[in-house]
Design a protein around this ligand. Structure first.
Ligand code: HSE
Length: 415
């Protein structure tokens, strides 16, 4: 096995984790040759390793692999692109960069014969990408549901267990190094939808962009929503979900969901992530592990480096298949919506309503709405509305809808 020499970009939380993990993994035939950082200052590694000149790493013929763990997607893209063109493999943790440029990265890998691996970019320590890529035939894959953002899971836990407000809980996630430097990427579901796109590419061979996917985060969740979940023995989790419908098409979204106690995702706490994969013959399988943090993220990077030592590359086989999968938004979702002002709730957008509670200050309803309507009109993301998917909340068809609507009208429940 050839010894791999690494050029490391970034020495923040993750970069330091990579450095420490490699120090402690003597069995791995790799060594850090240079580290590129933004500014010179004392660091916990020999000073001669550091430079602020990215070209030194990108043009050094002695460097085989660029490990890129910086916090700037555009700079990460320039680094990854140049590294591949210069004949180096890349290991990256930049989910946003990979999702934004996946098509170009596929072409670059074909053109250069070099590889980019990014196991750490989705669910950090959990080896979900390589398993989806290698183990699961896409025709047998019924769906996946995952808590893919550690910070929001941590924050929701703090809001529930310690009654912290979202701001305080976010601050803690930042201090512990889980949150993005701009935590709105976590809170608004942007980080989760990026990871969801990565999972889709390897699960189903679908290359798509977050703007094509319905997503929202936990930014609007209130203590009242959490109390309602508790009263039903449920929890609220931010979940990325892709499901194969009876038509064979895939529906996908990232939404807060009520999760029942018997759901394995219920037990995923703190910064942990969990992905439930459902297949035709195996039924449910569950992947669980730390989804953020220095060493857990480094652990996936170390695994990618180890894979590179024996010549591993993603083959994206599902993208080449004749029975390619496609996305659809033609489903209905059973949702809960809480609101401060009943007058601003667009009841007419719903297929039907199931419950309607008006209390002092804040009310809520439950009902069924077309996913496409949630995409087309974002009223539910404004004016303090909080939308949460109900357990088993995907409905493929609403053939009985008129009958149900009529019966609810008669019961005085539909306005
Ligand atoms: N901010 C991310 C999270 C870091 O909380 O999951 C790991 O990707």
């Amino acid at each position: 096995m050839k010894k791999l020499k690494i050029g490391l970009f970034g020495f923040g939380v993750v970069g330091q984790g990579v450095y420490q993990a490699l120090q402690r993994t003597s069995s791995l035939n790799v060594s850090i040759h240079r580290i590129c950082v933004r500014s010179n200052k004392p660091r916990k590694a020999p000073a001669e390793l550091f430079t602020t000149d990215r070209e030194i790493l990108l043009t050094d013929p002695g460097i085989d692999v660029i490990v890129e763990v910086i916090d700037d997607a555009e700079a990460a893209w320039q680094i990854a692109r140049t590294a591949l063109l210069n004949g180096k493999h890349v290991v990256s943790a930049s989910k946003k960069m990979i999702v934004e440029h996946l098509g170009e990265l596929l072409d670059l890998q074909t053109a250069t014969g070099k590889s980019i691996l990014y196991e750490s970019a989705a669910c950090a320590s959990i080896p979900v990408i390589r398993n989806l890529e290698e183990y699961y035939d896409h025709s047998l894959l019924k769906g996946l549901r995952g808590i893919v953002n550690g910070s929001t899971n941590f924050i929701l836990g703090k809001m529930k267990e310690e009654e912290l407000d979202i701001r305080q809980a976010t601050l803690e996630a930042q201090q512990l190094g889980f949150a993005e430097s701009d935590p709105s990427l976590d809170l608004e579901g942007i980080d989760a939808v990026n990871k969801c796109c990565l999972l889709l590419a390897h699960a189903y061979g679908i290359v798509t962009h977050p703007s094509d996917i319905l997503y929202t985060g936990i930014q609007a969740i209130t203590p009242g929503d959490i109390a309602i979940a508790l009263s039903k023995n449920q929890d609220i989790k931010l979940v990325a979900q892709a499901q194969k419908l009876s038509t064979g098409q895939i529906t996908v979204f990232v939404l807060p969901q009520f999760v029942a106690k018997q759901d394995v995702l219920y037990g995923v706490r703190n910064e942990y992530n969990g992905v439930v994969i459902t297949t035709h013959f195996a039924d449910e399988q569950f992947f669980y592990g730390k989804g953020a943090g220095s060493l857990p993220t480094a652990s996936a990077i170390v695994s990618d480096l180890s894979a590179l030592c024996y010549g591993y590359k993603y083959e994206y086989k599902k993208l080449q298949r004749s029975d390619r999968n496609s996305l659809t938004n033609e489903v209905y979702l059973r949702v809960y919506l809480s609101y401060p002002d009943a007058g601003k709730v667009r009841r007419q957008e719903f297929e039907w309503l199931e419950e309607w509670h008006q209390e002092e200050g804040r009310g809520y309803l439950t009902g069924v709405i077309a996913l496409q309507k949630l995409i087309d009109n974002r009223w539910w993301q404004r004016d303090g509305h909080s939308l949460i998917l109900q357990p088993d909340g995907i409905i493929e068809e609403v053939v009985t809808r008129n009958l149900r609507r009529k019966s609810l009208e008669l019961a005085g429940l539909v306005i």
